[in-house]
Design a protein around this ligand. Structure first.
Ligand code: ADE
Ligand code: ZN
Length: 340
């Protein structure tokens, strides 16, 4: 028992990289209600208990409906500042020394909120977190795949004024019926403009979507990707090329990709030599931030120290950081592992 507690403290204290995080998925229920009242946005809940009761999802779509509704309470620069700052403080508490955050402009633009408003709030929080505790942050411009590619192309153009603020583009939202190849032109243009590339694939979608993301979009990383196990040749392909998978254990359980944590395949994927990382996806909706994910894996899957170290190492290796910064953070992890 004591040893278990000790290991959980070790997991919590370890330096981490988070590579799969939707900023709108960090909106805390309390702040959601506060902003709905301030901005006069009608929501179907009146109390924290009602919000929490609504967070029982059957699949990705049932979650996305509430997720976009939740994000509709964000209206002015101050709201975006607080959203970012709340999450960055969570990074500090979870020892997430580097984070790559997905920003989804297509959620805000239809409410008449343009790039200068949300980017000003986000950037103010990032500058403060960098200078006050040395937080490392990169942003990913994430597109919504249930919307047409023509709209995404327009948003990519609008983002040109903020080109230096985004390291990569990503692709999220409803996977079923929206295969990666729908966005081949978007990815071609983003690649030409020097963005790094990632996309959600193989969360609910079949292995064919993972192939399509790799071949049609030429992504370097796959977000989720857990359904790759249905195709041995694909697993081998991913292993040979060292393609990172940004896996989100608590998310997969809450969205019924796996019936319970004990059945999650993350350690199987690791065992088969894949470059797997641990992430929280939408922590306020799925019942936990980064440390909660590691602890849940320890409790249900018996995650041990050497597996945890490999997952932590992979997080830094698979990041979009320049090599020198990766090396420095990997050294920080080595020092932690030697000392504790
Ligand atoms: N947007 C936010 N969370 C997501 C997820 N888990 N899958 C697809 N799109 C998302
Ligand atoms: Zn996601």
């Amino acid at each position: 028992m004591n040893e278990k507690i000790h290991f959980e403290d070790w997991l919590s204290a370890a330096p981490k990289a988070e590579l799969h995080l939707h900023l709108d998925g960090t909106l805390e229920a309390g702040r959601l209600l506060q902003l709905a009242e301030k901005n006069r946005v009608q929501l179907p809940y009146k109390s924290l208990a009602e919000v929490e009761a609504a967070y029982r999802f059957e699949n990705l779509q049932s979650f996305l409906d509430l997720y976009y509704l939740g994000a509709s309470v964000l209206r002015d620069e101050e709201d975006f500042y607080h959203l970012m700052m709340d999450y960055l403080q969570r990074c500090r508490q979870n020892n997430i020394v580097h984070t790559e955050i997905m920003i989804e402009p297509q959620t805000y633009l239809p409410n008449g909120i343009d790039f200068p408003v949300f980017m000003a709030g986000f950037k103010r929080a990032i500058v403060e977190a960098r200078s006050s505790w040395g937080q490392s942050v990169q942003l990913i411009l994430s597109f919504l795949r249930h919307l047409p590619e023509s709209e995404a192309l327009g948003v990519l153009d609008q983002a040109e004024a903020y080109r230096d603020d985004f390291v990569a583009i990503g692709l999220a939202s409803s996977e079923q019926g929206n295969p990666p190849q729908k966005f081949a032109e978007l990815y071609r243009r983003a690649r030409e403009r020097g963005y790094r590339l990632t996309a959600h694939a193989g969360e609910e979608g079949p292995p064919a979507f993972i192939y399509s993301a790799l071949q049609d979009l030429q992504v370097e990383r796959i977000d989720h990707g857990v359904r790759c196990v249905e195709d041995d040749a694909l697993v081998e392909w991913l292993r040979e090329r060292g393609v990172p998978l940004t896996v989100c254990p608590l998310s997969n359980v809450r969205l019924c990709v796996f019936p319970e944590m004990a059945q999650h395949n993350i350690l199987q994927l690791l065992e088969r030599g894949l470059m797997v990382t641990v992430n929280s996806d939408d922590p306020t909706y799925f019942g936990g931030y980064m440390n909660d994910n590691f602890i849940a894996m320890h409790r249900a899957l018996n995650l041990n120290r050497s597996q945890a170290l490999q997952l932590l190492r992979n997080g830094f290796e698979a990041s979009f950081l320049p090599e020198a910064e990766k090396t420095a953070l990997l050294k920080q992890l080595d020092n932690f592992a030697e000392a504790a």
